[in-house]
Design a protein around this ligand. Sequence first.
Ligand code: UTP
Length: 478
Amino acid sequence: MSDLRQRHDAAAARLAEYGQGHLLRFWDELSDGERGELLADIEAVDFARFGPLIETHVRGKPAFDPPKSIEPPRAFPPQPGPDQQELYKRARARGVEAIRAGRVAAFTVAGGQGTRLGYDGPKGGFAISPVRNAPLFQLFAEGLRGVERRWGRAVDWHIMTSPANHDETIRLFESANWYGLRRGQVRFFKQAQAPAFHQNGLVALEQKHRIALSPDGHGGSLAALRASGALEQMRAAGVDVISYFQVDNPLVKPIDPLFIGLHLEMGSEMSSKAVAKAHDHERVGAFCDVDGKLQVIEYSDLPEALAVARNPDGSRRFDAGSIAIHVISRELVERLTDPRSAAPMPWHRALKRVPFVNDAGQTVNPSEPNAVKLEMFVFDAVPLAKNPLVLFTPRAEEFSPVKNAEGDDSPATTRRDLIRRAAKWLAACGVNVPRGADGEPPQPIEISPEYAIDVDDLKERLGGRAPHVDWSKPALLA
Ligand code: UTP
């Protein structure tokens, strides 16, 4: 009890300093257990860090400095041009060498709340593959096993969770026997959280004894890599290349030798994959050259005139859509998170619907956005990196995220795209894939990423022979 009292007094003094004393207003009504939870929440919030943001990002909006020039970025094409043949060959070989030397680790950000999908559980547990119904995590694990089969080296996998889904994520892996990976190969760490603010600058209470907290964005992954010790562990293991991807895109190549090799050949500290935008207003960020620096402009910030601008040949001028696949040098993360010289990642403000407890102690479920959440975005590290580069990749090969419950970027479109890609790979191996009236294969098709990591790998595994496929039932290569 005296411990609670002491912590209460320390918290009250700190809150008073930052004008957030209201967080303790229900103290007298709380049980000791609830008091402990509230104090833990308060102690976990870095008020010194968020205090200055209240004026600039909560009550106000960060000033937007209009750039002098915005140009399309220089980018590497998916297939090398005549003068790039040698570079791509060298890069691929260098990527393979780096994998074999154990310099590469996979890194998945899986701390998001997945509100749009509305799935009850960590998104990585969402069943997505068209035949086996394998969850997202399993497909990434199989991708890593495919890499090990192909190049003879196991790759470590770091997974960032959030306090809300951490334990559940580890339980998923345990119950799936680590999806066939070695236990020590997979490491989990939690990202930090940021409080939600009422628009007057006061931190919101979600319950009388809980602050409204949410993960601090995928950009929080850099600080979390350091704070968790993952960065240190990578250094000790000789890993200097981090292959970054999101939990929602099962088409990703978790480890791509060409991409890694280009990153190394060009002396880049942060490399990014892009796809040609599906249409002018697709909700993906656009890679742009802003006053001479590569950066991602969010779809909502790209001026309309630029979103619709065309090249003389009619193609879209700002066409490089960001798909959140990066290769990041460990050194960049070390530099950006060094407490002595940190170049801070900017915060973004988003007005969201956040349920809260009002002064009368009632829970309010607002129907309109009512509170400000603060998040960092990983692509804001791009302009802070040396020699950042962009590699275009065909969308059908590598990008189809599960974001929404229905419509675009939903489980239905992701499954469709997994099937289409598998059909294309089989056709490239000489299989005559029948098509229904809708132009799609008559049955679901699935190729486990462990069986083949790409079409060339598939060709090699099949030894130049087209496999027989019985089209009266779903087709599985696993
Ligand atoms: P999204 O931007 O799609 O957000 O995350 P989300 O939270 O998953 O989903 P919604 O917006 O609530 O529907 C893109 C990727 O970044 C990760 C997600 O887990 C996903 O892999 N992410 C996002 C984090 O790891 N932490 C965050 O704070 C936010």
